[in-house]
Design a protein. Sequence first.
Length: 308
Amino acid sequence: MSTDIKILTCDDCVSVAMVGSDELGEGPHWSQQEQTLYWVDIVNSALQSFAVAPSGDPALTTLQRHPLAEQTGVVVPAHGGGFIAASESGIVTINPDMSSTSIAAPESDRPENRFNDGKCDSHGRLWASSLSMKGEKGQASLWRIDPDYTITRMLDDIDIGNGLGWNDDESIFYFTDSGKATIYRFEFDASTGTLGERSVFAAPDDSRPGVPDGLAVDDEGYVWSAQWDGACLIRYAPDGSIDRIVNVPVHRPTSCAFGGRNGATLFVTSARVGLSDEQLAEAPWSGSIFAIDSGTTGKPGNLFGRVG
């Protein structure tokens, strides 16, 4: 590992934004209009949110928790209200009163699968990836759900579909297959929502801590990847080299999203699932939300549905 990589301890720039006990916190989404962070606890089938106080003080927040009908990998707010979600059974819409409607079951032929992660591009299309709950390799896919609910399989033969995101002008799409411990880079056509040439952005490397999970791309085009079992986030430069490693006080950070009043806060979800009593004693904040003073900025989450 290069000696010029910045390795930051949690005391340098990381704070606890919300003390929690999520079994598997995932899918963070920052709503700029509401000044609210949304995320899910997959194992406990819950949608959660906290609204940052007008003062901007992260210690003064309002927490809400809504039960969901089944394990859900991602929930994204939609234009006009409500949400779209990718869950065990497929794609559903969730109304403001939390009632839901099934839209499609694109992986009904793979009943052991569930959706695991996703987010929307600037054209309001949801990109959602899946995994096999039995841990079978090559059984997962990446799907694109258009605002009219047309559903297209974009990638197949995935082990564990995970973190994804775009650079500033959406000419590049990043996608993580955690089962292969690899982040891929694709050429991307934002106007049509199509993927072009694929290359390996970050390959498996025993010298790097953990396995890549969820990710976010900052305004400088750098990729922040949460490292499952790595107790850190890695910031990759656009050429795939490691720019920075930020340590966090939990074993299993799961994903991240930029937010806050000026987009400079990187919110990080985390998990308790599968940790031993000893590991939980070492990292009692496992399952909480963390805030990293990133030194850069990133855009808020895109909404699902037609833009304009």
